[in-house]
Write a protein that binds this ligand. Structure first.
Ligand code: OAD
Length: 235
């Protein structure tokens, strides 16, 4: 049998076992921070210093965390599938870089990346590892005041959606990992997959908001259940 083409959607739960905060689980980021203040264009306009502080903290934590067994299993699976003519496209809502560091190659970070910054003055996007502030000049145009984290905020259009939809059109299997299914359009991928007749699997700690739309479900910690699923997958 030919190797399958798989579209995987990941959320904060896949990085939880690496020690990265989730958003909506108990003690999560949205319990400690008001998302309207730190994750909307209006919040940034009102208090850019506060928003920079929020993302500076999350960016500074990246070198402290490592990919876990779930990230590694997806990178291994991508290589196995490619070798046999299949494909794994990874659509991630996460702004950490753990999929890339685990070795995944076809990654679509639809909510942006903490390790980049953009300039509203000239539109350039730069690799970014340091803190940002309202005084930070753009390395391209030299203007200060326009640098912002390269992340998608509520009310903004996620990135790479055309590529994600094209990969979904071709997919034999859709797998959702570690996401609560509460933020659209990512949360709508399962309905789109079903409408196209694609089989859907949920791997999560607990049933997501869309759990009823999946053909198969498995619950447990991502670092355990993702490698188990990937090892069992044969074609
Ligand atoms: P959430 O915090 O909403 O959901 C995390 C999901 O991971 C929940 O369903 C948990 O049950 C599950 N989970 C927690 N620990 C886990 C573990 N060890 N193994 C497996 N699953 C685990 O995070 P997302 O669904 O990613 O967007 O949130 C989506 C978007 O909302 C984020 O990208 C972010 C946020 O607001 C923006 O900031 C634009």
């Amino acid at each position: 049998m030919a190797a399958p083409r798989i579209l995987v959607l990941t959320g904060a739960g896949i990085s939880a076992d690496s020690g990265v905060d989730t958003f909506r689980t108990q003690g999560g980021l949205w319990e400690r921070h008001d998302w309207r203040e730190v994750a909307t264009p209006e919040g940034f306009a009102a208090d850019p210093g506060k928003v920079h502080g929020f993302y500076n903290g999350r960016r500074a934590a990246l070198p402290e965390v490592r990919p876990n067994a779930a990230h590694r299993a997806l990178a291994d699976l991508e290589r196995r599938l490619e070798k046999d003519g299949g494909r794994l496209t990874l659509v991630t809502q996460n702004v950490d870089d753990l999929h890339q560091r685990a070795g995944s190659r076809e990654v679509l970070p639809i909510h942006g990346s903490l390790d980049r910054a953009s300039c509203t003055a000239c539109g350039a996007v730069h690799e970014w590892r340091q803190d940002l502030s309202v005084e930070t000049p753009c390395p391209g145009c030299g203007k200060a005041g326009g640098m912002q984290p390269y992340v998608v905020w509520f009310g903004e259009m996620p990135r790479h959606l055309d590529e994600a939809e094209a990969a979904l059109d071709e997919a034999d299997l859709f797998v959702s990992i570690g996401t609560s299914g509460s933020v659209y359009p990512a949360a709508g991928l399962v309905a789109a997959a079903r409408a196209g007749g694609t089989r859907c699997l949920e791997l999560n700690l607990e049933p997501s908001e869309n759990a009823g739309l999946f053909d198969d479900t498995r619950y447990g910690k991502a670092a355990q259940i993702v490698p188990e699923w990937a090892e069992e997958l044969t074609w």
